[in-house]
Design a protein around this ligand. Structure first.
Ligand SMILES: [Mg+2]
Length: 295
């Protein structure tokens, strides 16, 4: 069997570049362009902190309804690499979970109670996660109100981690656990907080993406990674350090673009204005790559 070398492969964060941070949904034109890229032989891999259930609902089902080409495979790496599955026009394959990377179940129970007792007006416990423990902003809560409550919630979560003897890090703060180690991370985003193994990350997702394509005998000539957070650069870091050709797209560069040894692009590189961010910038790049293939 020969090895395929498509000109590009896409490794896409979901919240931000594809799903609107406001509606949490993926627009129809993004779905259409993802399908067209797949039809043109471009591997599309999602690399998200979201659950497999979220990806099924917001990406897989719309792509199947809009008509995924027969014989194509789309990979979804979920929960920052702890969970993954693939789908074809026939539907999803099995969901794989690396259980060694899961949070202890009793800790999840504690966070569910904490949310119900103290934070239910602002956020909800994500019941679809299999390895991470995640709490997300209610869409109707104003962002500033959420972020103020999130700070308190994150502090309570660190207290609960300590009570379970689990060492944890949150941004600059580090608290070793009863084994002396720091095995867990509290990771706030603009709409959620994830509590997870420190082994999870977009770099783990990138390694799984390369493995999943290699298993199909696909070795892309170049990668494009897309994200809206600083942690998303870890996908491109991982690929670059392993000598893959990669460019990273930052769709929310408001805090400044990081200096990297590989090219980093923003909507400005497509001659779009500064206010084109998130899924609008993501959609513009998908169109740009499609147009490039047509040339
Ligand atoms: Mg994101």
């Amino acid at each position: 069997m020969t090895i395929a070398h498509p000109p590009l492969a896409l490794l896409l964060d979901v919240d931000g570049p594809l799903a609107s941070p406001v509606t949490r949904r993926v627009s129809a034109d993004i779905i259409v362009n993802l399908i067209e890229l797949v039809r043109r032989g471009i591997p599309v891999v999602f690399n998200t902190g979201r659950s497999d259930a979220f990806i099924s609902e917001q990406l897989m089902h719309p792509m199947l309804q809009a008509g995924l080409p027969q014989g194509s495979v789309v990979h979804a790496i979920c929960e920052k690499g702890a969970v993954w599955f693939s789908f074809t026009s026939e539907g999803p394959g099995p969901v794989h979970v690396d259980k060694s990377l899961a949070m202890p179940a009793e800790f999840g129970t504690g966070i569910r109670k904490l949310v119900a007792n103290s934070y239910a007006d602002y956020m909800f416990f994500d019941e679809t996660k299999r390895a991470m423990v995640s709490v997300e902003q209610h869409i109707e809560v104003e962002s500033g109100n959420y972020l103020a409550q999130q700070e308190k919630f994150d502090a309570d979560a660190l207290v609960l981690l300590a009570a379970h003897g689990l060492g944890a890090v949150r941004l600059e703060h580090r608290a070793p656990g009863s084994n002396g180690g720091v095995d867990y991370r509290v990771d706030p985003s603009i709409i959620s907080t994830d509590i997870e193994s420190v082994q999870l990350g977009k770099d783990l997702g990138a390694s799984r993406a390369v493995e999943l394509l290699a298993a199909q005998r696909i070795v892309p000539q170049a990668w494009r990674t897309v994200g809206d957070s600083r942690t998303d650069y870890a996908m491109a870091d991982w690929l670059h350090h392993r000598d893959h050709c990669v460019k990273h797209v930052d769709v929310r560069p408001g805090e400044g673009v990081l200096a990297k040894p590989y090219p980093v692009q923003t909507a400005a590189d497509l001659n779009l204005s500064d206010d084109v961010v998130n899924d609008f910038a993501g959609a513009a790049f998908l169109q740009f790559w499609l147009d490039g293939l047509a040339a």
